[in-house]
Design a protein around this ligand. Structure first.
Ligand code: HEC
Length: 182
């Protein structure tokens, strides 16, 4: 009886961990992680000059990007200084505006411009990681390995092709654990 309860509890706990694992359609598209806004927030950048969604919108307003990671991957990073298999990172790009409500000199985030995903799935992708670009859709095609996403991240990402040097809660952990790229 007790054993059965322990077993059920363990099964429930392992399902909790797996609920954020990457999901794909039968034809190889990735499904947008529906609850990524409840994941761990890593950082925002304003007018970062890279990526297809550009640094400014058509009106010349700089764009923000917000980075989120699945909670299980975040916890694992705190222990090891690097990313486990099935890590999913979401880059959410938003337009900005000024002079909204009581704001005069600052910038606030407004509508969603694009969502990009960086996912580690060792069994599925050569090199372990892949990129997907979601334009307002909940499914996205794999971005081919020839795209500059892969080369810039491989060359400049501080830990395991990710930009940990821009994530203030993680950079010191990577330093402590000695996982920064030399
Ligand atoms: C010239 C370099 C460069 C290129 C090219 C680039 N990125 Fe990035 N990427 C960055 C930087 C810098 C960050 C850090 C986020 C921030 O602070 O804005 C980042 C962060 C990300 C993240 C958050 C997770 C992580 O890996 O740190 C995703 C997702 C992402 N980029 C997707 C893409 C996709 C998709 C493409 C190609 C279409 C792409 N990037 C091309 C520089 C680049």
């Amino acid at each position: 009886m007790i054993l059965k309860r322990i077993f059920l509890l363990m099964a429930a706990v392992s399902m909790l961990g797996a609920q954020d694992d990457p999901q794909y359609t039968n034809d190889g598209m990735m499904r947008l992680p529906a609850n990524y806004r409840e994941w761990v927030f890593l950082s925002s950048g304003l007018a970062m000059t890279y990526g297809p969604a550009g640094q400014t919108n058509a009106q010349g307003n700089p764009r923000f990007d917000n980075v989120f990671v699945s909670p299980a991957a975040y916890k694992s990073f705190l222990k090891t200084g690097t990313w486990p298999d099935k890590t999913t990172m979401v880059l959410e790009i938003r337009d900005s505006d000024s002079h909204v409500s009581i704001n005069t000199g600052g910038r606030v985030q407004t509508s969603l411009a694009a969502i990009e995903v960086h996912v580690k799935d060792m069994a599925r992708f050569k090199g372990g990681w892949a990129f997907f670009g979601f334009d307002k859709s909940d499914k996205a095609k794999l971005i081919p390995a020839s795209a500059n996403c892969y080369s810039c991240h491989a060359e400049h990402g501080a830990v395991d092709t990710t930009f940990v040097q821009f994530y203030p809660t993680l950079i010191d952990i990577a330093k402590q654990k000695g996982t920064l790229k030399p």
